[in-house]
Design a protein around this ligand. Sequence first.
Ligand code: NDP
Length: 392
Amino acid sequence: MTRRVSIFGATGSIGQNTIDLIGRDAAAYDVVALTGGNNIAQLAADAIRLRADVAVTAHDRCLNDLRDALQGTGVAAAAGEAALLEAAERPADWVMSAIVGAAGLAPGFRALRQGATLALANKESLVTAGPLLMAEAVAHGATILPVDSEHSAVFQALVGEDMAAVERIIITASGGGLRDMPLAELRHATVAQAGAHPNWDMGQRITIDSASMFNKAMELIETREFFGIAPDRIEAVIHPQSIIHALVGFSDGALMAHLGPPDMRHAIGYALHWPDRRDLPVARLDLAQIGKLEFQTPCETRYPALRIARNVMETRGKAGAVFNAAKEIALDGFISGRIGFMDMTAVVDATLDVMSREFRLNEAMNTLEEVLAVDHLTRMAAQAQIEQMEQH
Ligand code: NDP
């Protein structure tokens, strides 16, 4: 039987890896919707090759190009936010959520409402709206499967285990592209330096977030929300080789580690075939050749994002949405050269402080609209922080 699949963020790094896996066995899948943003040529080529029902670009201004590229192919073209939501409502068995940023939130919610299995790469969904998202899945009998490699690793280590016996979850961090740069020089790090990852080949934003460890901060929060484990039982450890992705510690002292090559097709493939395991085209590890695996405690002076994540995990409520929106604006500021690498933390800290005077950060949010309103207000506050920094 063919499975109906949709891929949100199909033109990105995760989306292309997903298409690689699906394209290897195209007859097994009925592709419902593929979505992208600016990369119309890629979106159209994949939609034609995989015979998708519809291809959607997030940007209205790209619709004519998409229509031209799809003319006569039988693939429908659509554009804009409403079209993304409509695509998420099209019945599908499995939906990949791989749009980058908070823009990925609403389509994921829609997919859950139609009871689909949501393969969740979009970190922002759990960070900004974890409790709501998990509740939405339960309410509609939908399943969320983690795609972030660390959470997929934890998920796999937990198969057949009782959460009551879990003492701690440890997620690993490579340390990113600036791991060996002296602390004093970090403030001068460039976008090119921060955007070069030693082990993983990923999109620019997540690669820079790896260097600042905002990515690990997001993953700590995701761990808290997805697995429902107390913040003081979640740890991050630097592991430069990126071979172990996560470990789960049990009450009998056992630590179950998940090892795999740094290739996102493993976690994507696991979510695609879950609960089965199928052959995947990823390299097999040669442990003797790897030789040694190293671990270090991350220094919070170097990686202040981890300290912020602890506060966000304790506070919950609106704190995750504020943290994520402030981080996205700070990252934009760094990429566009408006602020320095270490200023990103200052922007996030200051924005959390400003927003804590707007409303109680630990207050729960009950609707997606409320999440998006907090997101919007926070973005304006974070922009104001960057403007203030530019003036000094
Ligand atoms: P990319 O930047 O490579 O791709 C992002 C995708 O989202 C592209 O298809 C892009 O379209 C689309 N997009 C961008 N802006 C919008 C918007 N406003 N509305 C709708 N679509 C948009 O990102 P990644 O694939 O690296 O990451 C995707 C998500 O997965 C992120 O949340 C990331 O944190 C997470 N993730 C990524 C991992 C990785 O290895 N890359 C690992 C784990 C999680 P276009 O390119 O056509 O403009």
